[in-house]
Ligand binder design. Structure first.
Ligand SMILES: *Cc1c(COP(=O)(O)O)cnc(C)c1O
Length: 402
């Protein structure tokens, strides 16, 4: 038998995905000024970034980045455990520990790596990992990389989570959920999940990527909003690339957790430390996010304005009240079509398709930022009203069944 070709296989997969309208397209943004993007010479107003507080182009954060780079250079020159760990990283970890109300914090280069680290360090073959069906790919991949049994439960469904945990009472277990779900914008039932984990003696891990900066007192995130401490949520993870407008991520928790990650997390040990100037910029972003409550208030007002308008238009809204407002369209083709029509009218909105979301739940993921103006939300609503979209009544429900 002759050896099959890898490249023939790739070509066949690409043809299949093109037919199903699932091809992903890379676009190049020439200039970005908050939500105002210049692409191919055209100005587009974006409703698809995760810059919820409008900090990505904040002058004080840019200044912090520049001044740290002037002092310390750009590259960190090595991994943290060699000589890449700088004073700016240490200071950022201290700021975060105080903000999160946790004993220790470890900074990672990306959230993807932070999640891979936690799951591979805490779990071993034979253990049980229980996760929400709609968890981010990095959490699912972490469980796969750890080589453990991954049991997913119905989205935000406590009974389903309890059944999955109870199915294997005799082994070490970890339950992981997002705080605010990245593609749906709804919140996990954190207090109930925390109680369940206590009862089942399972470690509870929460990824608050989309809640940090946006919810909770001083924007401390979904776990703080639910008033849950280190005892309730021993593993807290979040990213800097969303509401803080910078780049990178962290894990917060107790001594044992952070020591274990430092000693053996391969995505921490075998990678170059984040540039120290980025740590400095992130510290500046945290200070602004904590202090400037008006950003959260403005964001909430914009979201409320959009929801009221979209409801009047009969658009297929979901119950989400966060900055993430999906319009559920069902099949991938409809989502791509809708995004194309919006782009013609000058708006950039993400068409989210499988495998990022379950089959049959393709959507426009409309996101808002404190850097949007009311008039811009109104313009988006006007453009949506001129399109032929399914209405709330005949729109598909977000499937969440296991
Ligand atoms: C964005 C995101 C990540 C990954 O973070 P990066 O820093 O972008 O790698 C992890 N979890 C969730 C829920 C996210 O939305």
């Amino acid at each position: 038998m002759s050896r099959p070709s890898i490249y023939d296989r790739l070509a066949a997969a690409q043809a299949r995905s093109a037919k199903a309208q699932l091809t992903r397209r890379l676009r190049c943004v020439d200039r970005a000024d908050g939500p105002h993007l210049q692409i191919n010479g055209r100005l587009l107003l974006s409703f698809c970034s995760n810059d919820y507080l409008g900090l990505a182009n904040h002058p004080a954060i840019v200044a912090a980045l520049k001044s740290a780079a002037e002092q310390d250079g750009v590259g960190s020159m090595a991994a943290h455990l060699i000589c890449g760990h700088r004073r700016e990283h240490a200071a950022l970890e201290e700021d975060l520990a105080e903000w999160m109300g946790r004993k220790r914090v470890l900074v990672f280069s990306t959230g993807y790596m932070a999640n891979l680290s936690v799951l591979t360090v805490l779990l071993q073959a034979g253990d049980l990992c229980v996760q929400d069906k709609l968890n981010h790919a990095s959490l699912l991949d972490g469980a796969h990389l750890a080589g453990v049994e991954l049991k997913r439960y119905r989205h935000a469904d406590l009974d389903s989570a309890a059944r999955q945990l109870a199915s294997r009472p005799g082994v070490c277990a970890l339950l992981a959920t997002e705080g605010v779900f990245s593609m749906d914008g709804d919140a996990a039932p954190l207090p109930a999940l925390a109680s369940l984990c206590k009862k089942e003696r399972s470690v509870f891990m929460v990824d608050v990527a989309h809640g940090l900066g946006v919810t909770g007192p001083q924007g401390a995130g979904s776990v703080a909003a639910a008033n849950l401490g280190e005892e309730d949520v021993p593993v807290l993870m979040a990213t800097f690339g969303k509401a803080l407008g910078t780049f990178g991520a962290f894990v917060a928790g107790g001594e044992t957790l952070i020591d274990a990650l430092t000693q053996s997390a391969r995505p921490y040990i075998y990678t170059t430390a984040m540039p120290p100037a980025l740590a400095a910029a992130t510290r500046a972003a945290i200070a602004i996010a904590r202090k400037e409550t008006w950003r959260r208030e403005k964001l909430a007002a914009l979201v409320a304005r959009y929801r009221a308008g979209a409801e009047q238009l009969g658009l297929p809204l979901t119950p989400s009240t966060t900055a993430i407002q999906p319009l559920m369209l069902g099949d991938a083709g409809s989502a791509v079509d809708a995004a194309r029509q919006l782009e013609k009218s000058g708006f950039l909105v993400g068409a989210i398709r499988p495998p990022t979301v379950p089959y049959g739940s393709a959507r426009l993921r409309v996101t808002f930022s404190a850097s949007h103006e009311e008039s811009e939300v109104d313009r988006l609503l006007e453009a949506l009203s001129e399109m032929r979209l399914p209405t709330a009544r005949n729109s598909p429900q977000a499937p969440d069944g296991v």
